[in-house]
Design a protein. Structure first.
Ligand SMILES: NC(=O)c1ccc[n+]([C@@H]2O[C@H](COP(=O)([O-])OP(=O)(O)OC[C@H]3O[C@@H](n4cnc5c(N)ncnc54)[C@H](O)[C@@H]3O)[C@@H](O)[C@H]2O)c1
Length: 369
């Protein structure tokens, strides 16, 4: 399979994303090319990745002095304390700015290792090898790194770009279906907010992603998603304007996840899927979007049996809790809830255009759930 290369141009550094089956074989050569000063590599791995890929990565790094460490990717790994411990251990091993840290794992490992890379000697080369569909289409692009605080998720962090991203499709073979759905939620989001052609492609090919794990369709969808995300993040690196559109469905999702205490009952992608439908239903009620558009979107949900309603997860009496958490979302700047709504497939409202009071939102949620 031909490996696709996307060049990302940022204010500080440019880097490439390689996407394809076999992309991992480029690792050794690409490190030499992008980080020629590297002598030592800290290899930080997700414990759950199949052994054969761990071996492949280690083989690709055989020319370097490798210090490797594995973590179980639980949300509580993303803590300031754990980041500090890893930084201290790399300092003891005399890692310099010219050396590299390679992360192999999903968004938890990527966010954590990206953050550590950004603070170690004020920034060491960071190479990301995302191994979940979500991390390949979302968290590995855009430079957001971070850890959690007792006060909330991702509240401590930095914007720090990687030197290189390698998205190996073979990783997706062993990924649990629920994790695949998480990535699909973000893929669908990009099509809804900016790319009608891509939406039509997904309408035809969603089963090839979710059931067949067809490599060609996965490669196309990951590439298209990355390009869409790059469009927003390169125009708004520090998230002050257009990048907010990426938040479509996510304010609802944060409320849903928080109201269920971030339990396994509903995961992030499932919450995003429901959140995007709630946002579209609200858009129809506000006459911003046609009912036909809503039905078109719902067809993809039905065809793939994707979560589409709050009722499966919450009692009606708990809906208010969701709104209470939506109100304290870090993207609101006053008492109102700031939402991105849909006008039609490929077009949303602008950031700040639609704001709703928590009281109104509670009333509406009873109707659109
Ligand atoms: N930085 C950003 O812009 C950004 C964007 C979205 C999400 N995030 C963050 O990403 C995290 C979620 O990332 P995620 O969805 O990738 O989850 P994750 O990192 O928790 O991985 C999900 C599960 O899949 C397992 N796994 C990973 N690769 C595997 C493989 N190839 N085969 C089998 N199992 C595998 C992991 O061990 C884990 O159990 C959250 O912490 C979220 O805050 C960050």
């Amino acid at each position: 399979m031909r490996i696709h290369k996307i060049k990302v141009k940022n204010r500080e550094i440019d880097y490439s994303i390689f996407i394809g089956s076999g992309a991992l074989s480029l690792l050794g050569k690409q490190i030499k090319y992008t980080c020629p000063q590297t002598k030592k590599v800290a290899l930080i791995l997700d414990k759950n990745i199949p052994g054969q890929y761990k071996k492949k990565v280690k083989r690709a790094l055989s020319g370097y002095k490798v210090y490797s460490k594995e973590y179980l990717p639980k949300e509580n790994l993303k803590s300031f304390k754990n980041a500090g411990l890893l930084v201290e251990s790399l300092l003891q091993k005399k890692f310099n700015r010219g050396d590299s840290i390679v992360a192999v794992g999903g968004g938890i490992i990527g966010d954590f290792v990206g953050f550590v890379s950004s603070i170690l000697k004020r920034g060491i080369n960071f190479i990301n090898i995302p191994s979940t569909l979500l991390s390949q289409v979302d968290s590995s692009v855009g430079g957001k790194t971070g850890v959690n605080s007792k006060e909330g998720k991702n509240l401590i962090g930095s914007f720090y770009q990687p030197r290189l991203v390698i998205s190996e499709l073979a990783f997706l073979k062993s990924l649990p279906k629920r994790e695949l759905v998480c990535g699909f939620a973000e893929i669908l989001k990009y099509s809804l907010i900016r790319d009608k052609k891509f939406f039509n492609y997904l309408k035809k090919n969603s089963k090839k992603i979710l059931e067949e794990r067809n490599l060609k369709v996965l490669k196309n969808s990951i590439t298209r998603s990355c390009k869409n995300k790059i469009y927003f993040v390169t125009r708004d690196e520090k998230e002050s304007g257009k990048r907010m559109l990426l938040n479509f469905g996510h304010t609802f999702a944060h409320g849903i996840e928080a109201a269920s205490n971030f339990s396994r009952k509903i995961n992030h992608g499932e919450a995003v899927l429901i959140g995007m439908l709630l946002a579209t239903r609200l858009s129809v009620r506000k006459r911003l979007c046609s009912n036909y558009t809503l039905k078109e979107i719902e067809k993809i949900y039905k065809a793939n049996n994707l979560p589409s309603s709050l009722k499966k997860y919450f009692l009606k009496k708990d809906f208010n809790k969701i709104v209470d958490f939506m109100r304290i979302d870090k993207k609101n700047y006053d008492n109102k809830i700031n939402l991105i709504l849909l006008k039609k497939i490929g077009k949303t409202t602008n950031p700040g255009d639609f704001r709703i009071s928590p009281k109104q939102m509670k009333e509406v949620l009873k109707k659109i759930n």
